[in-house]
Write a protein that binds this ligand. Structure first.
Ligand SMILES: [Zn+2]
Length: 346
């Protein structure tokens, strides 16, 4: 039986076709029209529909490069099912190099949105109804906020039966079992029975080669797990699962000298940073309040009292993480013979 076409807006994408559908958004006040391009790849054969989105936060550009490389993968010619790729969801924030929308709202706290709501609510509504609700599963790509860095990590509600195997298949160094915050895409998508993985890696307004490559490999791994592409390759290294995470905050304002790096496994009491003033030598150590792994870190040495400097996750699987970190350092992680290789961004 011939597979039916996939309709999006006014477009009908036939089996075996890939096209870019421009979904109309509210325009700029300069009378400039604005669209959200959605790449629709409709396989010849039946299979699940997966969406992959980036730049829900407009300054988180790492995921945009990740999906650009995804769209070049030759395996997509033999796709089963349908792949919807949205390289830039928050077109407005991306233009302004800003996490937020011009109305200063956070798109990832504006879901499910409303057709007649604020600019953020309208964009959330359009993305949710035109893309997310058309899919069976999703992967949403993020980075840490500006001046912060995240160890590549998957965040997922592992209690969702269908999501656990996909979260594991991704193969990120760290997997965090967490409930999504109210208003987030992940929360609204789960309410619509579209389970999604959030991949967090790297820093806003930067390309980070390690994060891009782990992200690309992870998406391909999930597509293989879903049967959308066939690829002979080793199963990914198991992720270290974190059941809870804690922020470590500066106890005073000043200049921070960071000691701990992303991916470090630390013990309770280890010094993570020293905070002092510009002139003196009166430095205060910031110690780890618990044993765990550093999954997020501030990069800017200027800190206020109370500012979150380190994000630590508790895990009983530190050795798994250490294996991942060793692989990152020896470069093996990045030999992707089945994938299109590109020169590294340095
Ligand atoms: Zn984000």
């Amino acid at each position: 039986m011939v597979r039916q076409g996939f309709e999006l807006g006014k477009a009908l994408v036939g089996p075996g076709e890939r096209i870019i559908v421009d979904v109309p958004l509210p325009g700029l006040y300069t009378e400039t029209t604005v669209n959200m391009p959605v790449h629709v790849l409709h396989g010849r054969r039946e299979g699940p529909t997966l969406f992959v989105s980036a730049a829900v936060h407009g300054d988180e550009i790492n995921g945009v490069e990740t999906v650009r490389r995804l769209l070049l993968q030759p395996q997509l010619k033999k796709l089963r099912g349908t792949l919807l790729v949205v390289p830039i969801v928050n077109v407005f924030g991306f233009h302004n190099q800003s996490r937020y929308l011009p109305d200063r709202r956070d798109l990832n706290r504006s879901f499910p949105g409303r057709e007649q709501g604020s600019l953020a609510a309208r964009l959330a509504h359009i993305f949710l109804s035109d893309v997310v609700m058309r899919a069976d599963f999703g992967i949403d790509l993020h980075t840490a906020a500006i001046h912060r860095d995240n160890l590549p990590q998957i965040r997922a509600d592992m209690s969702l039966e269908t999501l656990g195997p996909l979260a594991k298949a991704f193969g990120a160094p760290v997997l965090i079992h967490s409930a999504p915050p109210e208003g987030s895409l992940r929360h609204s998508a789960a309410s619509e029975n579209v389970p999604i993985l959030v991949y967090e890696a790297g820093e806003a307004l930067r390309f980070d080669e390690v994060s891009i490559r782990i992200g690309l490999r992870g998406i391909v791994n999930v597509m293989r797990e879903l049967g959308m592409i066939s690829l002979k390759r080793k199963s990914p290294k198991p992720s270290a699962v974190l059941r809870s995470t804690t922020w470590v905050r500066a106890s005073s304002s000043g200049l921070a000298r960071m000691v701990a790096k992303l991916g470090d496994v630390v013990s309770k009491g280890d010094v993570l940073a020293y905070v002092g003033d510009a002139g003196g030598d009166d430095e205060e150590p910031i110690a780890a309040p618990l044993s765990g792994v550093i999954i997020g870190r501030a990069n800017l040495p200027l800190v206020y009292e109370g500012e979150a400097i380190f994000h630590i996750g508790r895990t009983r699987q530190a050795s798994l993480l250490e294996e991942h970190m060793d692989a990152l350092h020896d470069g093996d992680q990045f030999s992707l013979p089945e994938l299109v290789e590109e020169p590294e961004i340095v």
